[in-house]
Design a protein. Structure first.
Ligand SMILES: [Zn+2]
Ligand SMILES: [Zn+2]
Length: 128
């Protein structure tokens, strides 16, 4: 049962197909888990706690992991990519495929180094 100690990973909810962080339960197909909002309906569907546990695993271990949510994960993936021409704006990666320009004067996201600069503190655009 070393499965219990494995790192939580991104699974797909077996009932509604949303992304959810959980641990693989041996009774479940690989890559599938259970999301927060499907816990109750699935419990009722299973009929008993025991039946539910056999199908979906242990609450707080395989599903319903409170401390790690997909959005927490995304925030920690912020990574510096490049600076604008004179360094007043920086582009950082947000999640796996998105990036955003950050104003280095005030730290605000969604700056535009080409045209508008920073709407938050009126830092001027810097013709990247
Ligand atoms: Zn679900
Ligand atoms: Zn700013």
């Amino acid at each position: 049962m070393d499965d219990i100690l494995s790192t939580p990973r991104r699974l797909r909810c077996t009932r509604c197909a949303t992304d959810v962080i959980g641990r693989q339960w041996p009774g479940q197909d690989i890559g599938w888990g259970l999301c927060q909002s499907c816990i109750e309906p699935c419990k009722q569907h299973a009929g008993s706690e025991e039946e539910f546990r056999v199908t979906h695993g242990v609450q707080g271990v395989h599903f319903d992991i409170q401390s790690i949510t997909p959005s927490d994960n995304e925030a920690s993936e912020r990574e510096w990519l490049e600076d604008s021409r004179d360094g007043r704006f920086s582009r950082v990666a947000v999640g796996r495929e998105d990036s955003v320009w950050v104003c280095n004067a005030c730290g605000q996201d969604d700056a535009d180094p080409w045209e508008y600069g920073c709407e938050h503190c009126d830092e001027k655009a810097d013709a990247y």
